[in-house]
Ligand binder design. Structure first.
Ligand SMILES: Cc1cc2nc3c(=O)[nH]c(=O)nc-3n(C[C@H](O)[C@H](O)[C@H](O)COP(=O)(O)OP(=O)(O)OC[C@H]3O[C@@H](n4cnc5c(N)ncnc54)[C@H](O)[C@@H]3O)c2cc1C
Length: 72
């Protein structure tokens, strides 16, 4: 059974970083590992912060100096 935790789905990176600064907060990406870990009580978690709505982390794009930014 999943333990009780709060859940946040911020829209901006700054807000996500702020939410993640809380004690026992973790990132929720796809959830492949995380949900299993929560269910099995592998780590204590009070807050789950989803990164799925952060447009700043979407996709792969080229930078002006020839580099690349790879999103989460
Ligand atoms: C059946 C199965 C098979 C697998 N096979 C493989 C395999 O062959 N090779 C392999 O490498 N892995 C494998 N994995 C592991 C899994 O795919 C990886 O751990 C993957 O990173 C999980 O991604 P997710 O997006 O679902 O992350 P989540 O489950 O959401 O998160 C996993 C952990 O990473 C943290 N996290 C997530 N995103 C970020 C981020 N952007 N920055 C910092 N922390 C973050 C979370 O807080 C959590 O602690 C397998 C897992 C399962 C269940």
């Amino acid at each position: 059974m999943l333990p009780a935790f709060s859940y946040a789905r911020p829209l901006h990176l700054k807000d996500a970083v702020r939410q993640l600064s809380a004690q026992r907060a973790v990132i929720h990406a796809g959830g492949t590992d995380l949900l299993g870990c929560l269910r099995d009580g592998i780590m204590p978690v009070d807050k789950v912060v989803s990164i799925s709505a952060l447009e700043e982390l979407y996709g792969i794009r080229e930078t002006n100096d020839g580099g690349a930014i790879i999103g989460a």
